[in-house]
Design a protein around this ligand. Structure first.
Ligand SMILES: CC(C)(COP(=O)(O)OP(=O)(O)OC[C@H]1O[C@@H](n2cnc3c(N)ncnc32)[C@H](O)[C@@H]1OP(=O)(O)O)[C@@H](O)C(=O)NCCC(=O)NCCS
Length: 180
């Protein structure tokens, strides 16, 4: 599917604009502190009982703001986000959140968010990205696999009870190549 055109604004030094699509332009930008209440609302809308508590989102923002990207629809609503956490010592990282609101899915936005954060990670010298996904989450798994993520062995990445009883996850991994 063709990606929905986006306006992107990361910071004063990197600005890219694209044609304005129906149903309205979305801005892909780094999150601001003022976004936190709306980010929490969005996270709860999509992830419901497994949404991040507000205090944790706050602290994740404090640590990883440069890798927290949002889709801003210009009306005060966020329509998606991606968050990556990095480690300084071994150039490792984890994707801790990715979503697009229901009404904006299948327009290439999840891919845009992932590509943007992977690009940022690569440019800051990160060499490995991992994430966990529900083994039944076909949409997300297809997206991640199309970006080059593969199950991390053993057991094809399957980790029973990873987040607690009955909350199995699959761990996927991507090696980043500098300059690609
Ligand atoms: C996963 C998610 C972020 C994808 O966002 P999206 O904007 O709809 O995805 P895209 O339009 O960029 O699609 C990219 C690829 O993902 C796959 N994909 C996405 N949705 C799909 C679906 N419903 N069925 C099958 N494949 C799907 C396809 O491979 C697609 O590529 P294609 O369009 O070339 O076929 C979105 O479905 C979502 O927010 N889901 C709920 C939250 C979630 O599960 N997050 C991931 C947690 S690990």
């Amino acid at each position: 599917m063709t990606a929905e055109p986006l306006e992107r604004f990361f910071d004063r030094h990197e600005q890219l604009t694209a044609p304005v699509p129906h149903p309205g332009p979305l801005l892909l930008r780094t999150a601001h502190e003022e976004d936190l209440p709306e980010l929490q609302r969005l996270d709860e809308e999509v992830f419901q009982e497994v949404a991040y508590p507000g205090f944790l989102l706050r602290q994740l923002y404090d640590m990883y703001a440069e890798h927290l990207l949002v889709l801003d629809d210009g009306t005060g609503r966020l329509r998606g986000y991606v968050l990556a956490a990095t480690t300084a010592l071994d150039r490792d990282s984890w994707i801790l959140g990715l979503c697009v609101t229901h009404d904006r899915r299948r327009h290439g936005l999840g891919r845009e968010l992932m590509e943007a954060v992977l690009d940022r990670l690569r440019r800051t010298g990160i060499q490995r990205v991992r994430l966990t996904v529900e083994p039944s989450n076909r949409a997300a798994i297809l997206l991640y696999r199309s970006l080059g993520f593969r199950p991390e062995e053993p057991d094809a990445g399957l980790r029973p009870d990873y987040f607690g009883p009955g909350m199995d996850r699959q761990v996927l991994r991507l090696e980043l190549t500098p300059g690609t």
